[in-house]
Design a protein around this ligand. Sequence first.
Ligand code: SAM
Length: 292
Amino acid sequence: MSADKVFHSRSEGIPSEGVKDQYADGKAARAWNKFIGDSHQRTQNYKDFLIGRLRRHGCERVLDTACGTGIDSMMLVEEGFKMVSIDASDKMLKHALKARWEKRKNHKYDEWIIEEANWETLPRDIQSFLPDSQFDAVICLGNSFAHLLDEYGDQRMQKMCLRNFAECLKPGGLLFIDHRNYDAMIEHGATPGHSIYYNCKYPVDIKTSVLVVRGKPELVALDYCIDGANDDDNERSDFRLCYYPHKLDTFTRMLDEAFDYRAKHQIFADFKPIDQVSVPGFYIHVMEKDSM
Ligand SMILES: C[S@@+](CC[C@H](N)C(=O)[O-])C[C@H]1O[C@@H](n2cnc3c(N)ncnc32)[C@H](O)[C@@H]1O
């Protein structure tokens, strides 16, 4: 579906051609960088959850498939993981590359690989700069996967990308992938909870719009308004990002299918066991690829 026929699905300045990169004008990338802060502002719950599981599973080499400004990758580099970080948006990657340059005197960062690549063409994109590589873990976090909209109405691209993630994993490897609680957003037209990933220091207002086409929720637009009035640049940042509203049960089935129903699949709510949170902000899926 072309959402733009009925709904303006992007911030001003983002062309409709190539709209897949919702950060193409650089404004959302700048604002996102401000929104999430640096890796020290990652929440302790998040760090404990991700790093704890990676360590317990003996993971060393990790692929961050939606590295954006590089925030999660840096957190993992600091913890000694060997990171390969990719993203489809050069405007986002610009921030990651700058961050790596600023850390160039810290040897932990010497082996951090940052490249442009697209989920739709993995693992081929990775082969071009790192032949024959498979990873102990693949992450796609921060509600990133929902950026991929359903162009054909049958989720074929999403299914293909999930398969691509599975292919990037070694046997026994882990995939961490999340989505917001779109079930609640569809039902209430509001975004539940605060961010579980960042301790954002600015007041943030997120307006939620749900686009329903022929009775089916097709798209959720989040209008972020970040109030930086007390900041040096005294800037208020407004930007819109659009997401595919993944329902928990459909997404769960799609993931199982991508791993040929042979992976161990765990689901967490805001990093806690799912029955401990009544209305979570996020669901986090952890897939353990079959070791055969
Ligand atoms: C919300 S940002 C999250 C970045 C980071 N994980 C974080 O938590 O801050 C989502 C990222 O997914 C990237 N992305 C969206 N579609 C993509 C695709 N098809 N292939 C690769 N990256 C994609 C965007 O460019 C963006 O940088």
